[in-house]
Write a new protein. Structure first.
Length: 147
């Protein structure tokens, strides 16, 4: 088993009014050259937690962090106008909390739960990745405050 010390939360960067099935998410990732979905788990709008990639296999979701992390994506991340927004439903929020709690129990080496944007480079070297340094908005909420 690989050493896992981090969970990285993502959004699919799809509109809240446009459902994205697990099969379509996998197709999107295959078009990008991945063998399967790059995320380990996918949380649908209705709160369903879908297993997408075995946790034993490194993900393809956060360059430089895949070998040591578990990737979770939630459906959405863009509002109906296509702008970045926290579009999570209450059911998604609940499922994300449960999933993170269970993963931390199953993998006691997990020390960090971060959003994908939190892994952006610290351009000014002050030790904090600030909004103006984010290379993307994903996952459109403050992961560190919630987890």
């Amino acid at each position: 088993m690989r050493k896992i010390d981090m969970i990285v939360i993502h959004c699919t960067a799809t509109r809240a009014d446009s459902p994205l099935s697990p099969a379509e998410l996998t197709r999107m990732h295959r078009k990008r050259g991945f063998k399967c979905c790059g995320y380990h788990y996918y949380v649908r709008m209705d709160g369903e937690i879908c297993s997408m990639r075995p946790v034993e296999r490194a993900g393809a979701h956060a360059k430089g962090y895949n070998a040591r992390s578990i990737g979770i994506a939630y459906e959405g991340g863009l509002d109906v106008r296509g702008q970045p927004a926290d579009t999570r439903t209450e059911l998604q929020k609940r499922s994300l909390r449960i999933l993170v709690r269970v993963l931390k129990e199953d993998f006691p080496g997990i020390k960090q739960v971060v959003g994908h944007r939190d892994l952006s480079p610290d351009l000014d070297g002050d030790g904090i990745v600030e909004p103006e340094e984010w290379t993307k908005m994903c996952p459109c909420f403050e992961v560190k405050k919630e987890f």
